[in-house]
Design a protein around this ligand. Sequence first.
Ligand code: PMP
Length: 458
Amino acid sequence: MNVDATHTIALDKAHHVHPQSNLRQHAENGPTMITHGKGVYVYDDQGNEIMDGFSGLGCMSLGYHNERLANAAVRQMNTLPFAPTFYNRSHPRVAELCGRLTKLAPGDMTRALIQCSGSEANDTAIKLLWYTNTAKGQPERRKVIGRIRGYHGNTVATASLSGQPHMHAKFGLPLPEFKHTELPNYYRFHIDGETEEEFSARMAKSFEDLILAEGPDTIAAFFAEPAISGGGALMPPKGYWEEMQAVIRKYNITFLVDEVVTGFGRTGNRWGSETWNLKPDMVTCAKALSAAFFPVSALMFRDDFYADMMKNSDEMGTFGHGYTYAGHPVGAAVSLEALDIYDEIDLVGHVRKVSKGFLEKCYAMQDHPLVAEVRGVGLFCGFELMKDVKTREPFDPSWKVGELVQNFAHDRGLYLRAIGDRMSFMPPLIINDDEIEIATERFKGALDDAWAVVRGKI
Ligand code: PMP
C-alpha cells in the first residue's frame, strides 16, 4: 500500500460516515479503497483487479470508462455548468431530455421531472400524488402501498414505502400513510403443492384484502419494481403481474412502476415494464439513465396528472416543490449522451445476446449444495441460499452465509451483493461472453469456499 492510500484510509476511518454499511466493521477494518476502474473492472489501492458483478449499485451500465460520457460532461461544464429550472427558466439539454424520455417511456407519459436520485424521483411522486389528489377534491387519498422487502429509496417517505426492516427500526418508520403487501417470493413462501399461478393469485388476494381493510378511497398509489432488486433479486412468479394489475385497475389505484434498476436494458428490454407487460400511470428511473456518470433521475407521468397540478398552480401561483439541482445541465447532457450510446451500440440487443450464456451459467449453479433456487432474466440474476433445499429451511442468520459468499467472491476478484442469504448478480450491461465466463467461475469458486466452511456446521 502506498503512503497516500494509508493516509486516505485513515481519513476515511476517522471522518467518513458510510451509508448502508456496518459501522462497527468500518471502525475495525476500514474501507476497501477503490481507486479507478475500466470496463467491467475496478481496482483497489492494493492493485487488486475486481470484476464488478453488481455494476456499482446496479447502475454502471456502460462500465467504468467512457470518453464520450466524460467529454459530454466537460463540454456542458464549459458551456453552461449550471442553470436553475425554477422560476420558469430552462436550458436546451433538459428540454431535450424530457422530450426524449417521455417518448421512450412505457405507458402514455408526457411529462418528466428531472432530479438527482431514485429516492428523489419516488419521493416527489408521493408528493405529486398528494398534491394532485387535493386538486381532485380527494385529499384523503394519501396511503401508499409498497411491498415487504421492496426498495424505493431513503428519504423519510421512500424509506417508509420501502419494506426493509433495517430502514425502519430505530428510525421510527414507517410513517403511518405507508403500507406493505406481501413479498412474491414463490420459492420461499409457497404452500406445499401450490403452483406459481396459485401463489400469485394468493398474493393478489392479500393485496386486495389490504386495500379493503385500509379503505380503497384512502389509497393513493401502489409502487413496485418490476422485479425486486434490493429485496433479494426476485423475479415475479408466473401470473403475478396479471393478477396484481387486475386489482390495481379494479380499485382505480395509481400504479407507479419503479424502473430505477430495471430501466435501460437490465432485463433484456428497455424497460422491465416491457418484460412483464406492466401498464404504469407513473414511472421513475435513475441509475443507468446517465450510466451513473452523473446523478440523474426522472419521474414521468401522464397529462391528466399535469392537468391537476395546473389546477393547484392556478390557485396557488407556484408549484411548491423543487431541488436546486433539478434538471442539472451536466446531468442532462450526460444522460442524452448515454441514451445515444445505448442506441448506437444496441445495448438491449447486446443484453439479449449475452444473457443467454449468462443465465445458462447461473442456472448451472442451481446444483451447488448451498443454492436452493436461481432466478434470472437478462443480466439480472438472484440466488437463494438455503440449508435444506427440500424442506426450505434457511441457514441460521448468525452464520451469515450470504456475506461469506460475498467475501469469498471478493477474495477471488468478483463483486456480488449478499442480501441476507440471497445473492444478487447484475454485471454491467456491456459485459462480454469471456467476462461472463470469468465472473461465473469466480462465483462458483466462492460458493465452494463458503460450502467448505458451512458444511462442517450442518
Ligand atoms: N428504487 C430502486 C428500485 C432502487 O434500487 C433504488 C436504489 N438502489 C432506489 C429506488 C433509490 O435510488 P437512489 O439510491 O438513487 O436514491
